[in-house]
Write a protein that binds this ligand. Structure first.
Ligand code: SAH
Length: 217
């Protein structure tokens, strides 16, 4: 049987710290979230491997390093209200919830929302709200957000998400083609936005109003 605790410790050392992630809050969060509970049982013994895994409905749980990179790029200090688009398995949600004050997460596939809402509740992540909706429109009711994380690849930066950022807030989003994206960090500065490139990545498509249209895929 796999020793999940040991596998997680190794994952953090070899995939996260050794590759240059320094943020202590991210290291702490990824050392404690039980990633194996967010994948299907058949994949549990591979949960701490250096790759994404299928989570059903044609979607994937991101590779651990990508979760660490995205989370640290948000520069969270612990007091933030965070919006996540693309709940999926809820693993990234749990990592955010370990660090932030409050997490609102939006997913477009109903079966994933139901399953993940239950799991996060069971694991005691009570400061998380999971909604079924098109996340390219954000989640207006709880805006503004100090940080917004999109975990699916988009053809553009959705204007609604930038509008729902607090002044000084950060949006991290993969932007590009279906097959390849660049991770971007958008920092809101009043009415202006500052955009930085953080490196290449590959995500499943963000489908919706300001994302890809289903018929384009
Ligand atoms: N953060 C997730 C990654 C899931 S993959 C995890 O750790 O498991 C990306 C997810 O984005 C998929 O579940 C997909 O259904 C969802 N998604 C795609 N377009 C979306 C949209 N417009 N609104 C909300 N979720 C979306």
């Amino acid at each position: 049987m796999t020793d999940f605790h040991l596998a997680r410790k190794r994952m953090v050392e070899t995939q996260i710290i050794r590759r240059g992630i320094r943020d202590p809050a991210v290291i702490r969060a990824m050392s404690s979230v039980p990633r194996h509970l967010f994948v299907e049982e058949a994949f549990q013994d591979q949960a701490y491997g250096d790759f994404p895994l299928p989570i059903g409905s044609g979607q994937t749980i991101s590779q651990p390093y990508i979760v660490a990179l995205m989370t640290s790029s948000l520069r969270l200090t612990g007091v933030e209200r965070v919006l996540e688009i693309g709940t999926g398995s809820g693993y990234q949600t749990a990592v955010l919830a370990e660090i932030a004050e409050r997490v609102v997460t939006v997913e477009r596939i109903s079966s994933l929302v139901k399953k993940t809402r239950r799991l996060l509740e069971e694991l005691g992540y009570h400061r998380v709200a999971c909604h079924l909706s098109d996340g390219t429109l954000g989640w207006k009711d709880s805006a503004p957000y100090d940080a917004i994380l999109v975990t699916a690849g988009s053809p553009e930066i959705p204007a609604e998400l930038v509008e729902q950022l607090a002044d000084g807030g950060r949006l991290v989003i993969p932007v590009g083609t279906r097959r390849h994206q660049v991770l971007k960090r958008v920092t809101r500065d009043g009415d202006r936005k500052n955009v930085e490139d953080l490196g290449g990545c590959v995500f499943v498509p963000l489908i919706g109003h300001s994302g890809w249209k289903e018929e384009e895929l």
